[in-house]
Design a protein around this ligand. Sequence first.
Ligand SMILES: Cc1cc2nc3c(=O)[nH]c(=O)nc-3n(C[C@H](O)[C@H](O)[C@H](O)COP(=O)(O)OP(=O)(O)OC[C@H]3O[C@@H](n4cnc5c(N)ncnc54)[C@H](O)[C@@H]3O)c2cc1C
Length: 250
Amino acid sequence: MEGAAVLGRLNWLEAEVVEIRPETSQTKTIGFEVPGWPGHRAGQHVDVRLTAEDGYQAERTYSIASAVDDSRIELTVERLDDGEVSPYLTDELRPGDTIELRGPVGGYFVWDPHAQGTVFLVGGGSGVVPLMAMARQRAAEGSKIPTRLLYSARTWDDVIYRDELTRLAAGDAGLDLVYTLTRAQPPGWEGYGRRVDLELLAEVAPAPAVLAVAFVCGPTPFVEAVASGLVQLGHVPARVKTERFGPTGG
Ligand SMILES: Cc1cc2nc3c(=O)[nH]c(=O)nc-3n(C[C@H](O)[C@H](O)[C@H](O)COP(=O)(O)OP(=O)(O)OC[C@H]3O[C@@H](n4cnc5c(N)ncnc54)[C@H](O)[C@@H]3O)c2cc1C
């Protein structure tokens, strides 16, 4: 069976759009039914391939946002106004349309249900997507692994999954949410209001002695700043796992 799963990973699969939900003004979650989907682990991603009528193809990578759920997966895509693929996915796709997907890809940036200690999730912008899959997987399993999410967004309205995160944390003493809003903060805001820097990390990161693993995801400069900050604070590099979405935040 393992061979079949490996083979499945190499094949392009037809994925039918079954649901589209706006998350913020720039992001949408797209649910797909993928017959033959081999299953995934929280944190993995897929390759998406679009083919135009003239045969032109474009491929991009998107993290899986959903917890493990048979043949259905969800992606959350941020629209980059000058991008090639993301405006198509967020503006043009309709339920019933099909695209091609290949995956799941990645075996390193994945939720470990046996982690010992505190798991630290650090997301910048749409970098929260694979971290949300982990938070959802944790909830689905009823896991008690202490988990802290530090989420950096531009404004409160740019916080993806805001209501669901609030709900998850309200019902679960083991899940902490810490936000930093880098561009504007609502009146009475009590969270952080600046980019993630060493001082902020020193306040929010679990101590090296209790950290099981940190998952850091977002635009390349964000990931590099956070990962090097954690190492400066005494964390072992091998416990700081990173995923870079690209240079611009896309
Ligand atoms: C592992 C992984 C997981 C990811 N997961 C997600 C996810 O969950 N959600 C999500 O929204 N994104 C995710 N991404 C990012 C995604 O793959 C795309 O990069 C993103 O959607 C932008 O694609 P696009 O075609 O819209 O933009 P592109 O057309 O690729 O353009 C991207 C940016 O680069 C600029 N650009 C393009 N070409 C050039 C050039 N020649 N010179 C200079 N600048 C240029 C554009 O102006 C634009 O701002 C992930 C990336 C990786 C690697």
